[in-house]
Design a protein around this ligand. Sequence first.
Ligand SMILES: *[C@@H]1O[C@H](CO)[C@@H](O)[C@H](O)[C@H]1NC(C)=O
Ligand SMILES: *[C@@H]1O[C@H](CO)[C@@H](O)[C@H](O)[C@H]1NC(C)=O
Ligand SMILES: *[C@@H]1O[C@H](CO)[C@@H](O)[C@H](O)[C@H]1NC(C)=O
Ligand SMILES: *[C@@H]1O[C@H](CO)[C@@H](O)[C@H](O)[C@H]1NC(C)=O
Ligand SMILES: *[C@@H]1O[C@H](CO)[C@@H](O)[C@H](O)[C@H]1NC(C)=O
Length: 299
Amino acid sequence: MSTTFLLFILTIGTCSIHSLAQTCPPPPRCPPISPPPRPLPFPRVRPRPPLYPPALHLMPRQPNNNPGPLANGARILFITQELKRNITFDPRNYTGTWVGNNYCLFRGFFCDTVPDRNITGLAAIDFNGARFGGILNFYRFVMNLPDIAIFHANSNNFSGPINSNLNQLRYFYELDLSNNKFIGGFPSNVLRAQKLTFVDIRFNNYLGPVPAQAFNIDTDVLFINNNQFNRTIPANFGNTPALYLTLANNKLTGSIPRSIGRAWNTLVEALFLGNRLTGCPLKSDTCRRPRCWILGSTC
Ligand SMILES: *[C@@H]1O[C@H](CO)[C@@H](O)[C@H](O)[C@H]1NC(C)=O
Ligand SMILES: *[C@@H]1O[C@H](CO)[C@@H](O)[C@H](O)[C@H]1NC(C)=O
Ligand SMILES: *[C@@H]1O[C@H](CO)[C@@H](O)[C@H](O)[C@H]1NC(C)=O
Ligand SMILES: *[C@@H]1O[C@H](CO)[C@@H](O)[C@H](O)[C@H]1NC(C)=O
Ligand SMILES: *[C@@H]1O[C@H](CO)[C@@H](O)[C@H](O)[C@H]1NC(C)=O
């Protein structure tokens, strides 16, 4: 995997009202969060360890039209044809390019050298803005892409289950399923991927509790806003090493767990607005970082 894939530019919107709950002021007013994609550059500030030892000399990335032998060709072609049949709406004609044996030429597919095989493989899927409609069985699809590191499918009309865990995907670190039609409970299976650093499931119809495990994984970003999550925020909330957390616009109840104090060293921004939270868990001296914003807790 070349570092190019680590440099994908991500975007999030940030709410610019700075409002620490110093003396328990009334809930701050914050503009509504609008659906992704959004233009602001995402600051990727925490250095991540490389996916493979820097001393390992890999074959340079090959040109898409002449990639040499391809990793997992039969499997990837098979599952791509299955997905193609499931896509009922394809206004930008992505699937029209999903023909032939060279998946590096398929629109939305990105190849790179697979570190442990040193041949070309499928490193990333980017369906952002494809506006697909239809059924994506995300688990079934992605488990047949064994070398994948990044999966983006922002703003499609995908639905369907994530019905088993992703711990066999040894390079997978970035997931964006935001602004789709996913339903059901929190997709806990995605949390089992070992190297996950970016999890974005905003703007779906997920419901029920947020599992405690969501705050135990070593992720930089956890965006779960604009779903239907209810119940209280798990008490281990402060375990999270995430820089950005958005829980806004759900139906969460209770108060922000006091364990949030443990996250001050890493947390840059957390959004809680648009829930049914009560209580005032924040003390004036707990947040030392200049960019630590805690928005929308009601006091
Ligand atoms: C990968 O392949 C290239 C080109 O064949 C070779 O120069 C390099 O040493 C290989 N790296 C490893 C780790 O096998
Ligand atoms: C979709 O793209 C394919 C390949 O480029 C082309 O042959 C086909 O005519 C296109 N279909 C539509 C509906 O534009
Ligand atoms: C998703 O489907 C709805 C109707 O079910 C449609 O109005 C909307 O335009 C679709 N969105 C995309 C991105 O295709
Ligand atoms: C395609 O749709 C079928 C029928 O709903 C489903 O069983 C299958 O898992 C889907 N495959 C993919 C790759 O989404
Ligand atoms: C949370 O949502 C689920 C699913 O909609 C519902 O069955 C449950 O009663 C809700 N619980 C609370 C405490 O609101």
